[in-house]
Structure formats: C-alpha cells, structure tokens
Design a protein around this ligand. Structure first.
Ligand SMILES: [Zn+2]
Length: 315
C-alpha cells in the first residue's frame, strides 16, 4: 500500500466473515474517501495503536455526526495521521468518525479483531499507526464470490487476518535475549541464556553444553514446561524423564541444547499437541539468535521435527 490505494482485508470474527477496505489515514483526501465509500459501502472508522492514541490524545469517542464536507473530513483525518498539533479526540468527533484503539499486541494479541489487523497492516507498510477502515458491504453478503469480483474489477490487493499474523511471526523479534549465566547442575556445567517473550511475558531458557559451538549440528531437545512433571516428578507423563535424559546427554558430551519453553498450559495436568505454530517459530528464532543453524533432534523426536521443519533450521 505504498501508493494511496486501499487494501482489502478479510477477517474471521467469531462465526462471521467480514471484509474491509484499509488504507493509511495519512493518505486520506476527498477523492479517496469518496472512492472507499462508493466501493465499500459500509461505515468507516479510524483504527489506532495505543502509542499513537496516547501521542495524539485520541480517545475512543462515540460517533457524533456533525455537518462537515468530505474534504474537511479528509483534512481532519490526515491531520490526525500526521500528529498535527491541535488534532485530538474532539477533532475526530467533529469529523464524525469513530476511533477504535487497537490492543497493544496487535494481531499477536489474544483476540485480534479488525482494529488490530488494520493497524498492523499500515505499520507493516511503514506508514504509521493510524488506519482508515471502511466495511465492505456487498449485496449478497461478504462471501468469497462478491469479493473476488470486487478485487478483480478494482485491481485491489487482498490479505487475510491470518496472513498478517503469519507475517508478524515471520518478521518480528519473537523474544529478547537476556544475559548468559554458567549453571552448575547435577548433570554437569551448562550455559543458560534467558529469553523474554514480549507476547506472553514468559521467560524461556536455552541450556547449552559448553562445547556446543564446536558441534556443527548440535543435538536439540525442545521441552515444554510441565509443572506437575518437571517440579513434582509426576509419572502421569514422561516430561521429567525426557528432560533428565536430554540434560544428562548434553552435560555428559559437553555439547547439545535444551530449549525450555515456559508458559501457562491451559490445563496443567495435560499436554496439548506438541508444539504449536508460534512455539515452533519461537524455538527457531532463539536457535538462530544463538547462531545455531543446523540441528539434530534429541532421540529423533519425529513430532518435534514435524513442527520445526521449514522454519529455516534444517533438522
Ligand atoms: Zn508433563
């Protein structure tokens, strides 16, 4: 969306499928507003990141329509996008356009909706954090056929909420590296590096044997925190024994890696599927951050290989 051409954004919200025209608010002008209104046909609002909302003192405002020309409305929206002094919530109200503040995590938040996707979309295009969003209303509903026709006729780019999530996972810094500490254990001496996951707030750990750097293709075991198994040695699962075996092998040979993923399991006594998409990305990110680019999986764990394959780390 480098040029002032809106993008069609499709979002699954609850059971419904909805589509919107999204553009950066800074591109607003009378022509664009008229165009999006004609093409989309539905109501418009501004989606803003919390940081921009704070900077521009834009707060969610009830829709209070006021008489104003489309050119005046465009000027107000552009003023907000450019963070011009004097443009604030009252200005947005005078423009007769509601403002929705997106969640701080954007599309990676717990329940992303159109506001989060729209802000991430304009931000990914390097255009700022204020999006002009207009709901697309088609005669036969926002089904795939009507959208196909619309995007073809108008030569519009089309993205989905899922694609925005995938892009954020692919490009973002998924975790922030903390200091490395030397960790004497029952099994031997290990190097421990902490990673803070800004998405969940969890602190993950990467444990390495001291000679791992010299191994061209170190052995890796990915362990998901299991409070009942890890802390209390529960025999309901094999978590503790798998972790102990991996730590013993690594400490014994001096080389290898245990990635310890923390985070609250939804049900503390049971495990879900092994690694979800985000966890697999996270593991690949932390390994690459530690200059580990090729691995072999501890005890040839095929489920982990399936999750980690194709994340840029051959295994
Ligand atoms: Zn367990």
């Amino acid at each position: 969306m480098g040029a002032a051409s809106p993008v069609v954004l499709e979002v699954i919200e609850g059971a419904g499928h909805a589509a919107f025209l999204v553009c950066w608010a800074g591109h607003a002008n009378a022509e664009l507003l008229g165009h999006t209104a004609r093409v989309a046909g539905g109501p418009s609002f501004l989606a803003v990141s919390p940081a921009t909302a704070q900077a521009t003192r834009v707060l969610p405002a009830n829709h209070t329509p006021v008489a104003c020309t489309i050119a005046e409305r465009a000027e107000i929206i552009v003023g907000l996008a450019a963070d011009r002094p004097g443009f604030d919530a009252d200005t947005a109200r005078r423009a007769g356009i509601p403002v929705v503040v997106a969640g701080a995590q954007g599309a990676l938040g717990a329940a992303p909706g159109i506001a989060e996707f729209a802000v991430d979309l304009v931000q990914a295009a390097g255009l700022g954090q204020l999006a002009l969003v207009t709901e697309i209303v088609l005669d036969d509903g926002p089904g795939p056929h009507g959208l196909d026709d619309l995007t073809r006729q108008r030569a519009l780019v089309r993205v989905t909420g899922q694609e925005i999530i995938a892009e954020r996972l692919r490009t973002g810094a998924l975790a922030l590296r903390g200091p490395e500490v030397v960790l004497p254990t029952d099994h031997g001496v290990l190097l421990a590096t902490g990673y803070r996951d800004p998405h969940s707030g969890s602190e993950h750990l990467v444990l390495r044997g001291p000679a791992t750097e010299r191994a061209g293709r170190p052995v890796v075991h990915v362990h998901r925190e299991c409070p009942t198994g890890d802390l209390f040695g529960s025999l309901n699962c094999s978590c503790r024994s798998e972790l102990d075996a991996a730590l013993a092998d690594i400490a014994g040979s001096g080389s290898g890696i245990v990635v310890y993923l923390r985070g609250r399991p939804a049900r503390p006594l049971h495990h879900g599927p092994r690694l979800d998409d985000r966890q697999a990305h996270l593991v690949a990110f932390m390994l690459q951050d530690l200059s580990v680019h090729r691995i072999q999986l501890h005890r040839d764990d095929t489920r982990q290989r399936a999750a980690l394959c194709g994340r840029g780390i051959p295994c």
